[in-house]
Write a protein that binds this ligand. Structure first.
Ligand code: UDP
Length: 480
């Protein structure tokens, strides 16, 4: 195999769920091809947080682009989704489009500087679709890294391309591109249901899909054997090569220090519980639920009697960075679970991968963010799904379909609140001694092997895809 000499530029979107897989990809690229020059590009603030998570001897280069959230009506410190309420997400997305000239200048300077390793390959996030025009202007190979799942991604694109859905008459409908996929209106995220094709969200997402059609190739954080259906769907729609290279997990990049202030408490709690007895609950790096939903979830958990670790944030409508108020939970809840040694509330950030890898963890109540799914399934932990938005709902559909999870609730509207009886029922099903739950748990254990084999030295499917991706892009870039 030829030795790739390329300079690879990884342009990272400033959101936790996006930067972890990008950093893992950079680490893998560097591991397999130390001869590559790799530059990570992001917004100024995000670049500093990436820098602090890299080992001091890292040979990855960093380049930051100036970004002033306040210029776009966002809080000055809003450099990632976790800093802003959901209502401002679209403003944030659109603000990142103003990075165009700075990124253009950066690529231009690389291309014109003869001392740089050429040829160049740009790997960008789906939300930076516009980079494809810059890449092609400078005759640089352009790869989109999809940090979402294949099934979720294919359904997501199809729904946005077929707006509006308010006109969908029947409750059940099939996707025009994939007639075999039948959906229920209740599986449409609020954003898509309300989109009419001309609003800001419709325009932004459809722009990214149009750009995606122009990319030279896609690498995607999934596994061929885990998502044959979704990958088939994507390959039917998009004509460029699609290389599944997952699971790229966050492990190597999770900061182990200050971010996890409760780490010891969490691990001590897990150590003290029987094997496969704890429900881990988290809605990802940026989402939260309604206060009423929080109340019902807490009551259901308490009534079910199961042990749990719950990473909890202020409910929707409250400052995501503000303090947590006990009044958002049932009266006396905290004291009771503490006394019974049944539950742990984590305010802030939990070491998710360590929790999922612990023998006491039985199931994961998750919003079905793609990284959370990969991390859970790679550890053989089945999912109690509560997808909140975007493609999370389709991720949940896929998990239920392949028998790796059950859905507890859907969406962040108060109307989708799970009653406490439903919480009890699902927790019992997933964690209790019943046939359906046992089958799901057995299947989840089987998938440890499926996921881990993907990167095997001998013929692992993701490893093979990864090798092909680097070889092809190196060759194609050289011919540009
Ligand atoms: N995460 C974590 N601790 C937390 C919350 C999240 O380590 O308390 C990590 C989690 O392991 C995952 C990422 O943040 O790698 C969340 O990504 P995901 O795609 O699941 O959801 P998103 O946050 O993008 O909605």
């Amino acid at each position: 195999m030829e030795k790739p000499q390329a300079h690879v530029v990884l342009f990272i979107f400033p959101a936790q769920g996006h930067s972890y897989p990008f950093l893992s990809l950079a680490t893998q690229l560097h591991h397999y091809w130390p001869s590559l020059t790799i530059t990570l590009v992001s917004t100024s603030h995000h670049t500093s947080s990436i820098r602090s998570s890299l080992p001091p001897d890292s040979r990855l280069q960093l380049h930051s682009l100036p970004f002033y959230p306040a210029d776009h009506g966002l809080p000055a410190s809003a450099e990632s989704f976790s800093d802003i309420p959901v209502a401002q997400f679209i403003t944030f997305f659109k603000a990142t489009e103003t990075l165009y000239p700075a990124f253009d200048d950066f690529i231009s300077s690389l291309v014109s500087n003869a001392s740089n390793h050429a040829p160049l390959c740009i790997v960008t996030d789906f939300f930076y679709g516009w980079t494809v025009d810059i890449a092609h202007k400078y005759k640089v190979y352009h790869t989109t890294f999809l940090t979402m799942g294949a099934f979720g991604g294919a359904v997501f694109c199809s729904l946005w391309l077929n707006l509006p859905h308010t006109l969908t008459k029947s409750n059940r409908f099939s996707l025009p591109e994939y007639p075999e996929i039948v959906m229920d209106r209740s599986q449409l995220p609020k954003l898509i249901l309300e989109a009419n094709g001309t609003d800001e969200w419709s325009q932004f997402v459809n722009r990214q899909i149009r750009f995606l059609h122009k990319t030279d190739a896609v690498v995607i954080n999934t596994v061929e054997e885990f998502e044959p259906l979704g990958l088939g769907m994507l390959r039917k729609t998009f004509k460029f090569p699609i290389w599944p290279i997952g699971p790229l997990l966050a492990l190597a990049n999770q900061p182990s220090s200050s971010k996890f202030e409760y780490e010891t408490t969490i691990m001590t709690f897990l150590d003290s519980q029987p094997p496969a007895s704890v429900l881990y609950i988290s809605f990802g790096s940026q989402n939260t639920i309604q206060q009423k939903q929080m109340m019902h979830l807490a009551q259901g958990l308490e009534d079910s009697g199961c042990s749990f670790i719950w990473v909890i944030r202020p409910p929707i409508g409250y400052d995501p960075r503000g303090g947590f108020r006990d009044e958002w939970l049932p009266h006396g809840f905290k004291a009771r679970i503490k006394k019974k040694h049944k539950g742990l509330l984590v305010h802030g950030w939990a070491p998710q991968l360590k929790i999922l890898g612990h023998r006491s963890t039985a199931a994961f109540l998750s919003h079905c963010g793609w990284n959370s799914i990969l991390e859970s399934i790679s550890n053989g932990v089945p999912i109690v799904a509560w997808p909140l938005d975007a493609e999370q709902i389709f991720n949940s559909m896929m998990l239920v379909e392949v028998g790796l999870g059950v859905e507890l609730a859907r969406g962040m509207m108060e109307s989708s609140e799970p009653t406490k009886a439903k919480v009890e029922e699902v927790v019992d099903l997933m964690m209790g001694p019943n046939a359906k739950g046992m089958e799901i748990r057995r299947r989840a254990k089987e998938y440890i092997n499926v996921m881990n084999k993907a990167w095997d030295e001998e013929g692992g499917s993701s490893r093979e895809s990864f090798l092909q991706f680097v070889q092809s892009s190196n060759r194609a870039a050289a011919n540009k």
